[in-house]
Design a protein around this ligand. Structure first.
Ligand SMILES: *[C@@H]1O[C@H](CO)[C@@H](O)[C@H](O)[C@H]1NC(C)=O
Ligand SMILES: *[C@@H]1O[C@H](CO)[C@@H](O)[C@H](O)[C@H]1NC(C)=O
Ligand SMILES: *[C@@H]1O[C@H](CO)[C@@H](O)[C@H](O)[C@H]1NC(C)=O
Ligand SMILES: *[C@@H]1O[C@H](CO)[C@@H](O)[C@H](O)[C@H]1NC(C)=O
Ligand SMILES: *[C@@H]1O[C@H](CO)[C@@H](O)[C@H](O)[C@H]1NC(C)=O
Length: 467
């Protein structure tokens, strides 16, 4: 065999293999916080129609894992945060976890990763204890995997961007000082040694929507155009906000001595609907962001980021469905690529092969700039009859500070005997106007909604806010 045929064969294998292994690295987060979602087997048909490569779930739901049996999907499962302490305490618990949640399904279900906990370094009731023990839990699961000779399944955990203390400029990326040396460094050591990956939940939507006057919308939507930013220290030039955020984590890992640790986008996306104060949440922007992301991440050869050019970044879009039981502002329940009835919110294919005719979109959203007028937080029309819930929400709103509800006391200007919905609306309005700037929302377990229509009557004036 001469040199040319060796080279030819070699490049032939590289081509075949690279197509086979990196042809599509974009998966979907299959969250289940809804009471109206399709069955696992119907959901997996939908995932198939998306051309996703992989599926990530937030537990090890046995119906889902058996529905994924015999499919081509790579499957990422999760140890819920509540089980971390127990698993860290004793290898027996890790063995039990594997026996119950993985062994019955593997290898017919192609499980590739076990994620031990979700965003544990962000908010958690018992956080210090979990922070101290998460690596032990990961090691415990890893030892169990090795006992069963399951060398191809890797172990990691997911992080939100708030593990960073600073992310700007990207070269200034640094982990928070309360977790950096104590917890993140040993965690990175574990990931590096086991050739695992750092899993990051990363949303350009959040920095943009909190600072829409400072950050260009196209820059956040990955509409690469004329906007660039050059990091004064690294001299790297950025054309979109996502690369900036990813590189800030890459620089932070580098500072702890792990410059080459793999990075996986565990969640990313854009909401398709929100309240009047949640700007930019619309179908047009969501389709634009998600499609741009798919194009960027499925490009061949891979583009990577300015700090890691040419490197493949596996990613999971958030999420499969709109989930009606997620708490928080309306955007939280509107991240899905599908409505619960199985209709796509907008057309997308995760292999990047969307036909021209499917690229049509509704008109651009009209909520890309902050709403300028006054807003009131009131009881949503369809919730006015939920008396017990309204009563407890009213008690909560009025209990936060003396005086919040003086105007609805008997005899006062906003008092209407027996009209609970009206009293609760006043309480919501007053609470929200007082506490919005401290982070309060107009949610009230789905009872509250913002309106631009003044609910005041007679001499009763409802408190309002401008954003
Ligand atoms: C691999 O992908 C490249 C670029 O898309 C294409 O030209 C080539 O034919 C593919 N090879 C195989 C074996 O599919
Ligand atoms: C870099 O991050 C630190 C905090 O870690 C911050 O105080 C500093 O202002 C940042 N530098 C720049 C140039 O923004
Ligand atoms: C990380 O892993 C690589 C490859 O196994 C190794 O060469 C390197 O020394 C490790 N880094 C640290 C800081 O342990
Ligand atoms: C950059 O801006 C110019 C002038 O506004 C425009 O003609 C050009 O198409 C833009 N380039 C890109 C890549 O958007
Ligand atoms: C599915 O639900 C969405 C949102 O509620 C609605 O717009 C759409 O028409 C529904 N599709 C079908 C086929 O019912």
């Amino acid at each position: 065999m001469n040199l040319f045929s060796v080279l030819f064969l070699f490049s032939f294998f590289v081509l075949v293999f690279s197509n086979a292994t990196i042809s599509n690295t974009i998966g979907i987060n299959y969250g289940q916080l809804g009471n109206n979602l399709p069955s696992p087997s119907k959901s997996i048909q939908l995932i198939n129609s998306l051309k996703a490569s992989s599926v990530k779930i937030y537990d090890a739901n046995p119906q889902i894992l058996s529905s994924l049996s015999g499919t081509k999907f790579q499957v990422y499962i999760m140890v819920p945060n509540e089980q971390i302490l127990q698993i860290s305490s004793n290898k027996g618990f890790a063995d039990d976890w594997l026996r119950t949640n993985l062994l019955p399904f593997y290898p017919k279900t192609n499980i590739r990763y076990i994620l031990v906990g979700n965003e544990i370094f962000s908010t958690n009731q018992n956080q210090q204890l979990i922070w101290q023990n998460v690596v032990a839990a990961m090691e415990s699961i890893q030892r169990s995997l090795i006992t069963h000779k399951l060398f191809h399944i890797k172990v990691s955990t997911t992080h939100a961007m708030d593990v960073l203390q600073s992310s700007f400029p990207p070269s200034n990326g640094t982990f928070r000082s309360d977790i950096s040396v104590a917890y993140i460094e040993p965690l990175l050591g574990f990931l590096n040694k086991s050739k695992s990956s750092f899993f990051l939940d990363v949303y350009t939507y959040f920095p943009w929507s909190t600072s829409p006057n400072d950050i260009n919308l196209d820059y956040a939507l990955l509409n690469q155009g004329n906007i660039t930013y050059t990091d004064p220290v690294s001299k790297l030039t950025y054309t979109n906000l996502l690369d900036q955020m990813l590189d800030s984590v890459i620089f932070a890992m580098k500072k702890l001595g792990y410059p080459d640790l793999k990075l996986t986008i565990a969640e990313t996306g854009w909401p398709t609907a929100g309240d009047i104060d949640q700007i930019g949440a619309n179908i047009y922007n969501a389709a634009t962001y998600n499609r741009n992301l798919v194009q960027k991440l499925s490009a061949k050869p891979p583009v990577g980021t300015p700090a890691r050019p040419g490197v493949v970044i596996p990613a999971f879009l958030f999420a499969l469905f709109n989930e009606n039981q997620k708490p928080g502002p309306t955007t939280e329940r509107n991240w899905g690529l599908f409505y619960p009835n199985g209709t796509q919110v907008f057309k997308i294919k995760l292999d990047g092969k969307l036909s021209e005719s499917d690229k049509k979109l509704p008109a651009p959203g009209n909520n890309n700039a902050p709403y300028k007028g006054k807003l009131w937080c009131v009881v949503a029309k369809e919730m006015e009859k939920n008396s017990p819930e309204l009563k407890s929400a009213l008690t909560y709103a009025c209990g936060q500070r003396k005086g919040t509800c003086d105007a609805i006391k008997p005899g006062k200007e906003c008092y209407k005997q027996g009209n609970l919905a009206l009293q609760a609306s006043y309480a919501f309005a007053s609470y929200w106007a007082k506490f919005k700037r401290l982070g309060a929302t107009c949610y009230f377990n789905g009872l509250g909604v913002l309106t631009a229509k003044d609910p005041s009557f007679g001499s009763c004036k409802f408190p309002s806010l401008r954003l």
